[in-house]
Design a protein around this ligand. Structure first.
Ligand code: AMP
Ligand code: ZN
Length: 318
């Protein structure tokens, strides 16, 4: 099959949901345009931004970093070493070697050094690893960005991730999560930096194809802690539908964004227009509570007996 764009070269990537097939060069053009359009649709980034790209060593975030650099954005990479044996050091190597090819040195946060490696943290507070991990990562994404003067934090969530998350939020009718699910989360005050997901328009397959054709070396194994993550079930369910009805995933997510824009215009979620957050009494991070959830977690991990006394002045027990 010939490329549907240049009509000269043999197609290498078949995209039924776009009724197209592209040769590598035309695919790169297509992919970059999709990302640019995704950025433009919601004004995710502007040329003056200093962007902190959160890179896990997986394909999505390395591809994101690559495209943002190609589009001319001022970027640095942030890697969080989660302290997961084997997996974390292998991911870190991929991040460092990719950064090296671009003459960059990633910023690294080591959760062992911070006292909260994920396996220990999850065990200490008897919570599921993925939810603890998500909370800790979000905390450091924002903290590093705020401390170092970045104006935006970018993550590699793609269309498949966002559609799967939407399905999960709908199945549980989680209104709170639904109202906050968006490619753009605006910053607030000095301490809360804008969060963006510039890959929201491109599918996992498109991202993988871009990474492969560009020769980006990424970690292929999944995180060993995410083996039973429910998000994988939602992804599989949507893939099944997508296979029979190409384009459904895109319509599902884009339709949601369109609807949520209308709800916001109609003021349906006025109650969610929260006031500016205050500062955590321990670390100064933005929070709506007295002590932020990361500091509460850290205290429970590093100092199990003391948490109530320390933060709530609870004298009766220790
Ligand atoms: P996940 O939460 O693992 O689905 O990852 C979603 C996005 O979060 C990735 O595309 C990255 O942008 C970012 N991310 C995940 N893990 C890390 C990590 N260890 N260090 C830095 N960024 C990460
Ligand atoms: Zn704190």
């Amino acid at each position: 099959m010939k490329c549907t764009r240049c009509r000269k070269t043999q197609a290498a990537v078949d995209l039924p949901s776009h009724h197209s097939a592209f040769c590598p060069e035309c695919f790169f053009v297509f992919f970059r345009r999709q990302v640019e359009e995704g950025i433009r649709n919601f004004s995710l980034l502007s040329p003056g931004d200093r962007v902190l790209v959160c890179v896990s060593g997986g394909k999505d975030s390395l591809v994101l970093w690559d495209v943002l650099m190609e589009l001319g954005y001022d970027t640095e990479g942030l890697y969080i070493d989660l302290g997961i044996e084997g997996y974390s050091s292998r991911s870190r190597e991929k991040v460092q070697s990719y950064a090296g090819t671009r003459g960059k040195e990633p910023i690294v946060v080591d959760l062992h050094a911070e006292g909260v490696p994920i396996p220990l943290a999850a065990k200490s507070i008897r919570k599921e690893e993925c939810s603890v991990c998500g909370k800790v990562k979000r905390y450091f994404f924002n903290r590093v960005a705020a401390e170092r003067g970045f104006t935006a934090v970018a993550t590699g969530h793609n269309l498949d991730d966002e559609a799967a998350r939407l399905l999960g939020n709908l199945l549980h009718w989680d209104r709170d999560y639904l109202s906050r699910q968006h490619p753009l989360l605006p910053g607030a005050g000095e301490g809360l930096v804008r969060k963006v997901k510039p890959l929201w328009r491109v599918s996992e397959l498109e991202t993988a194809a871009y990474g492969f054709l560009k020769g980006i070396d990424y970690v292929i194994e999944e995180c060993p802690m995410s083996e039973h993550a429910t998000s994988l079930v939602y992804k599989d369910a949507l893939s099944l539908i997508e296979e029979k009805m190409p384009g459904t995933r895109r319509k599902f997510y884009q339709g949601f964004l369109e609807e949520s824009r209308r709800w916001k215009e109609e003021g349906a979620d006025e109650e969610n227009a929260a006031a500016l957050p205050g500062a955590c009494a321990v670390c100064g991070a933005p929070t709506y509570a007295e002590v932020c959830s990361f500091c509460r977690l850290k205290s429970r991990v590093t100092n199990p007996g003391d948490v109530l006394k320390t933060f709530y002045g609870f004298q009766g027990r220790s």
